[in-house]
Design a protein around this ligand. Structure first.
Ligand code: URA
Length: 413
């Protein structure tokens, strides 16, 4: 591989230049091997954030990241291999329910996800609140489990999407997440490495998403679809608002608890609607059939098998609230009566991060116990004194800050 002077490549991108395929591959390969430093890659990510990338550069970045690791190989005659990915939201726990549901629909789902990113929660952090659950699988383990169970939920590893593993963690703590080329390459490199037949992308927009407007979300969706098309994957997209949290819970263990309820047929309507619509797009199984699979307990059993296969103890799912009980749980009561017209997802996401659900350094652990549940939904009619949220916090000062955030997020008419 031809060598390039890395600071010159960063300066070129910073000043609005276009990099060649070879230059981008050199940067990504060097970063993966540790020859391009984290400081240099952070500066490069910030340069991309401000200067953007052409479609050709975005494709080069995606392929370079894809080629940083190995790809899944599926046996001849396999069922449809499908997946979904969200561009990130607040309370977005769709993957936890959708994955076992899809595995009950005669498809295989090798779901590779990420950790929390910016103010948005990550599937891996949520799953790790299930005691013992391992997201760090080898490719051989993942492929064996996929063939046996039809579902695997794992993270990027040294072997699988290592460039995204490193860059994802760096972007999370350097303010370089909301960039269309960086999001496209991050998501599509993981999804292409899964060797999929079909993919649905849930592209979020609004205060709790990286794309603030619907127009930006459409541009991101098109960028990801273009990369998917080129690689022969059937990609469909949904453009969904992220103006209020999805469901009633935000925070790692709290979201697993809500997911477990949903898997047992007791999910909030906005969450269930999202899950069913995306499942239908990739499996072609209609909603009424999906509901039967949930109500019969088939999806519950699949989720339990998935947890057991990855080292977790499914019998602890009913005890998660106790296992991860925060030192302090505070009810927030409305100070006025009216109809809820907004509960700003961006404000709630930022508050959850500050309660300890997210990171400020890549090496930070997340606190599985903290966040919100019983969050009120828009269109609800409430009276003064009604509970509009519960805060799970580590101490009084954190709880008070989160309470102020709930009032700032709430709009009544
Ligand atoms: N999800 C990802 O995997 N990467 C991003 O950059 C954003 C959401």
């Amino acid at each position: 591989m031809k060598k390039y002077h890395v600071p010159t490549l960063i300066v070129h991108k910073r000043d609005g230049g276009v990099l060649t395929d070879a230059e981008i591959r050199f940067l990504v390969a060097g970063f993966t091997k540790g020859e391009v430093s984290e400081a240099q890659m952070s500066a490069f990510a910030m340069a991309v954030y401000f200067s953007g990338m052409t479609a050709a550069e975005t494709a080069s970045l995606t392929y370079a990241m894809l080629e940083s690791g190995e790809r899944m190989i599926h046996p001849a005659g396999h069922p449809s291999i499908v997946d979904k990915h969200s561009t990130g939201g607040i309370g977005d726990k769709v993957s936890l329910i959708l994955a076992p549901l899809v595995a009950c629909c005669d498809c295989w789902i090798p779901m590779v996800s990420g950790r929390g990113l910016g103010i948005t929660g990550g599937t891996l952090d949520k799953l790790e609140s299930i005691p013992g659950f391992r997201v760090n699988l080898s490719l051989a383990e993942a492929q064996e489990q996929l063939q046996r169970l039809g579902v695997v939920m794992m993270g990027q590893t040294e072997q699988f999407c290592p460039a995204d593993k490193k860059l994802y963690a760096l972007r999370d703590v350097t303010g370089t997440v909301p960039s269309i080329p960086l999001i496209t390459a991050s998501i599509m490199s993981k999804k292409l490495a899964e060797s999929l037949d079909r993919l649905v992308l849930d592209v979020k927009y609004g205060s709790g998403a990286f794309m603030k407007t619907r127009e930006q979300a459409v541009v991101l969706a098109e960028a990801m679809m273009a990369v998917g098309r080129e690689m022969g994957v059937e990609v469909t997209t949904e453009i969904n608002p992220m103006s209020e949290p999805l469901g009633h819970a935000v925070g790692n263990a709290l979201e697993v608890i809500e997911s477990w309820e949903t898997i047992q047929g007791r999910g909030p309507i906005d969450l269930v609607t999202c899950i069913m619509s995306q499942t239908e797009k990739i499996t072609k199984v209609v909603n009424s059939e999906q509901i039967k699979k949930i109500q019969s307990g088939q999806v519950k059993r699949m989720f339990e098998s998935l947890i057991a296969a990855q080292g977790g103890d499914p019998s602890q799912l009913d005890s998660l609230a106790k296992i991860h009980q925060a030192p302090l749980i505070r009810e927030v009561k409305s100070q006025a009566s009216g109809v809820v017209v907004a509960l700003d997802a961006g404000i709630i996401g930022q508050a959850a991060l500050e309660l300890g659900a997210g990171r400020s350094l890549a090496s930070d652990p997340v606190d599985p116990r903290v966040g919100f549940d019983q969050l009120i939904k828009t269109n609800a009619s409430i009276k003064s004194g009604d509970v509009i949220a519960r805060i799970h916090a580590r101490n009084e000062a954190d709880a008070s800050a989160a309470e102020r955030a709930v009032f700032a997020a709430l709009q009544l008419a």
